[in-house]
Design a protein around this ligand. Structure first.
Ligand code: FCB
Length: 443
């Protein structure tokens, strides 16, 4: 299964999860207040602020030609309207480090973390946020824009809002509940649009898009008509509300839909962060989604979710039909410390991408989450998403078998039955039924 020669093979990280020592962020205070699993702290994380280059070297050794990373607003603007030239210089060095290693950077401006001062002003529940975000973006564009071909203003705005306002697992201030969530989303949309216009004014050829957490929500096969109706509602809110608003310029809030100025069409591509499928039922029991799977399901660490590769094809199809823009898989991965599922996960999810490309869906690149284990938000260090394992105490890095597999894929631009035979033999009958290992990959 061969990929196009200009395909981008990447990995993805976010600033807060890898840099370490982000003491001016609302997440740092959240950790300090004991809100993470087992009281885990990010501490030095993957030590990127001191030495991102060590892992960029690994990304290059993996054979990738792209990397998705984010900037930490609280470093760049540690106090309102005070920008830190040293932080900007450090990001310049990291971005130049990407280019020097042949890694095309995709840069996210906001990935779940706010400057503490902004949180204290009410962040996305305060009107001031839009101007602050515009100015932060303008500063980044002015200082670093020449190094950034591809931008994502806001990572997973809907997930971010649900985790803050409904589940309460991400840092939030006094505002919680559905009304605050809708107000927050509305301001996130305004921030996105402000960033889009600011970037495009300076760099018209820059590509600016989304990174939406798109998942499959469905009723169980034996579910009721009400379950199916509810699954549709949940999916429309979770998967479609944000990109629909950017597409049409109308945001469907609680009190009906409202037209928003200057937002229609403010995305050049759809970024898909795809992880799993959720079953839902109506009325929902504890939580929004079911956490029980059938005996056949492959379930990843910490009951994070089921491995469901075909779901990636389904969300690609949905996004293409709704918006008709180029598509990047901006995140896809699995928490799997023992690397029990990941080799098969990689092969089968990439097979879905290959199949979509073969049917002429414009998929430009794939960024695996993640390059190496990192600080997994409210779940602390309990979930290991890395191709490369990290011991946060010693900072020792160890290649998991999946890292070797991904290297073979990135270097050859193919998936072969021979790879499956060596890394995930369980995938042979699924992906190459009837093949004898090795035969089809011979020259
Ligand atoms: C995504 C987030 C990313 C990471 C992965 C596992 O929703 O964007 O930061 O937490 O999940």
């Amino acid at each position: 299964m061969t990929f196009p020669p200009d395909f981008l093979w990447g990995t993805a990280t976010s600033a807060y999860q890898v840099e370490g020592g982000n003491a001016n962020s609302d997440w740092w205070a959240w950790e300090e207040a004991g809100h993470t699993l087992n009281g885990d702290r990010s501490r030095a994380a993957c030590d990127w602020w001191a030495n991102a280059e060590r892992d960029l070297d690994l990304a290059a050794e993996l054979g990738t030609n792209a990397h998705r990373l984010s900037l930490e607003w609280s470093r760049i603007e540690p106090e309102p309207s005070v920008f830190d030239p040293e932080a900007l210089a450090r990001y310049r060095a990291i971005l130049e480090g990407c280019h020097a290693r042949g890694l095309e950077p995709m840069v996210t401006l906001h990935h779940f973390s706010n400057p503490l001062w902004l949180a204290e002003k009410g962040d996305f529940n305060s009107d001031v946020v839009v101007d602050y975000f515009r100015r932060y973006t303008a500063k980044v564009v002015g200082e670093l824009g020449d190094l950034i071909p591809t931008w994502v203003p806001i990572n997973e705005p809907v997930t971010y809002s649900v985790m803050r306002y409904l589940i309460g697992a991400f840092p939030h201030q006094r505002h919680t509940g559905l009304g605050a969530l809708m107000e927050g989303l509305h301001n996130l949309l305004r921030c996105h649009a402000a960033a889009y216009h600011t970037i495009k004014a300076a760099y018209p050829a820059a590509q600016v898009g989304t990174a939406d957490n798109l998942q499959i929500f469905e009723a169980r096969p034996d579910g009721t008509a009400l379950d199916r109706w509810w699954a549709g509602r949940v999916s429309r809110f979770y998967n479609d509300a944000w990109p629909d608003a950017l597409h049409t310029g109308r945001f469907h809030g609680l009190a009906g839909s409202r037209r928003m100025k200057d937002i229609a069409g403010t995305f050049d591509f759809n970024g898909i962060n795809y992880y799993t499928r959720f079953y839902v039922r109506f009325p929902p029991r504890a939580g929004f989604v079911e956490r029980e799977w059938g005996p056949e399901a492959l379930v990843s660490d910490g009951d994070y979710g089921e491995v469901y590769p075909y779901g990636l094809y389904r969300v690609i199809d949905r996004v293409w039909k709704r918006y008709g823009k180029p598509i990047y898989i901006t995140e896809n991965g699995v928490p799997d410390a023992a690397d029990r599922l990941r080799p098969g996960f990689l092969l089968d999810h990439l097979r879905q991408v290959w199949q979509a490309i073969s049917f002429c869906y414009p998929i430009m690149g794939y960024y695996h989450w993640s390059l190496l284990d990192n600080f997994e938000w409210e779940r602390g260090w309990s979930q290991r998403f890395g191709l490369i394992a990290l011991d946060p105490e010693t900072q020792e890095r160890t290649w998991r078998p999946s890292a070797h597999l991904y290297r073979e894929i990135c270097r050859s631009y193919t998936l072969t039955d021979d790879m499956a035979a060596r890394y995930a033999p369980e995938m042979l009958p699924i992906m190459w039924p009837g093949a004898e290992p090795g035969l089809s990959s011979e020259p």
